[in-house]
Design a binder for this molecule. Structure first.
Ligand SMILES: Cc1cc2nc3c(=O)[nH]c(=O)nc-3n(C[C@H](O)[C@H](O)[C@H](O)COP(=O)(O)O)c2cc1C
Length: 175
């Protein structure tokens, strides 16, 4: 039976790869949030879009400094993903709360998170308001990955990358 879906239509498009989205304030204070709504939109030049709630602290920071980093996590960082997806950097230092260590990015000031297996550093080209979200189009300024898990242009099955299904449910890439 095919049934009409009335709410949370976006769940039809999940599971979605889920990552740590990092940003930084003008004064140099970093933040991290969990994000699943992202996609490449151009390969030449490389451009990605991240969709971020307009109420979030992350949106405010990306609008301030016009940069962000997509940090691709692994299964053992699951608890940190939930923490960074439930609390706001306005209220708490989520790096401390989630036990995440970070360094400055290679080409942007927004931080990269230790223990992730891929990083995409971006500068914002434009921001489009889309409902409750800001869709930030980011030009990729550099991207790098752990070669134990990314070989010959794709993730290998041992990477165990989290994908958000719905609610508290995650599934993992197994190749
Ligand atoms: C699995 C998961 C995926 C999420 N994906 C998104 C997303 O794509 N966009 C978004 O705006 N919020 C998303 N969130 C919610 C934010 O992470 C959450 O609102 C966070 O508290 C914002 O933090 P901030 O105020 O420090 O920016 C997600 C949360 C979880 C748990």
């Amino acid at each position: 039976m095919i049934k009409r879906i009335n709410s949370e239509v976006y769940h039809l498009l999940h599971p979605k790869m889920t990552f740590f989205l990092t940003s930084i304030s003008r004064k140099g204070v970093p933040n991290v949030m969990t994000c699943a709504w992202a996609t490449p939109v151009s390969d030449e030049p490389p451009i990605v879009v991240v969709c971020v709630s307009r109420d979030s602290h992350t949106s405010a920071l990306i609008r301030q400094t016009r940069e962000f980093v997509i940090n691709i996590p692994v299964k053992r960082q699951l608890e940190a993903l939930w923490i960074c997806g439930r609390t706001s950097g306005r209220d708490v230092d989520k790096f401390k709360e989630a036990g995440l260590r970070y360094h400055p990015g290679r080409m942007v000031r927004a931080p990269i998170i230790e223990g992730c297996i891929g990083y995409i550093e971006c500068r914002v080209l434009r921001c489009v308001v889309a409902g409750e979200c800001n869709a930030f189009f980011g030009e990729v300024v550099t991207a790098y990955a752990d070669t134990r898990f990314f070989k010959r242009g794709s993730w290998v099955d041992t990477a165990e990358i989290p994908f958000h299904l719905a609610g508290r449910k995650m599934v993992y890439f197994r190749g």
